[in-house]
Design a protein. Structure first.
Length: 149
C-alpha cells in the first residue's frame, strides 16, 4: 500500500457549519458591542457599516464561493505541486507559501497562484474526506525533503 507521501491529496471544499456559526457570532457580537460605547452616532454607524460589509464579504468568500479567488477543490500532488480548482473547472498551479497554520480542527494554507496570494481555510467539517485532511495535515507538518541532505 502506498505511503502518505506517494498519493495525491484531493480535497473538495464544502460549507462548514462551525465556520458559519463563528462568522455569525463574531460579526453579530461586534455589532452588539459597538452600540453601547460612548461614541457619536456617526461613528457607530460607520463601525456598523464596516462590520456588515465584512460579514457580507466573508460570507461570499467562504460559503457561496461567488468570489473568483475562492477555490472549490485543492489538490496536492506527491511531488509537492499544488493545483487549485475554481468554479467552471478552471485549474491553476500554485506554490505553498510559508505561514500555513495546522491544527487538528483547522488548516489555513497560503498559496501563490499567478499574481495573487490565496488563503484557503479548511475546517475539519469543511471537507468531504476526513482522511484526506488528516494526510494533508501530516504533509504540511512533515514536508518532503531532498534525498541528498
Amino acid at each position: 500500500m502506498p505511503g502518505n507521501f506517494e498519493l495525491p491529496i484531493h480535497l473538495r471544499l464544502k460549507r462548514s457549519k462551525a465556520l458559519q456559526i463563528l462568522v455569525i457570532i463574531s460579526h453579530g457580537g461586534a455589532l452588539v458591542c459597538a452600540w453601547p460605547i460612548n461614541l457619536p452616532l456617526v461613528v457607530k454607524l460607520l463601525i456598523s457599516f464596516c462590520v456588515i460589509f465584512g460579514f457580507v464579504r466573508a460570507w461570499r468568500c467562504l460559503f457561496t464561493k461567488q468570489v473568483s479567488n475562492s477555490p472549490l477543490e485543492v489538490i496536492l500532488q506527491p511531488d509537492d505541486r499544488w493545483i487549485l480548482v475554481f468554479a467552471g473547472g478552471q485549474r491553476q498551479k500554485a506554490i505553498l507559501l510559508p505561514g500555513s497554520y495546522v491544527h487538528p480542527w483547522l488548516v489555513i494554507i497560503a498559496l501563490r497562484s499567478k499574481d495573487r496570494t490565496i488563503r484557503v481555510i479548511i475546517p475539519a467539517d469543511g471537507v468531504d474526506d476526513p482522511q484526506a485532511l488528516r494526510r494533508l495535515r501530516t504533509r504540511l507538518i512533515q514536508p518532503l525533503t531532498s534525498s541528498d541532505t
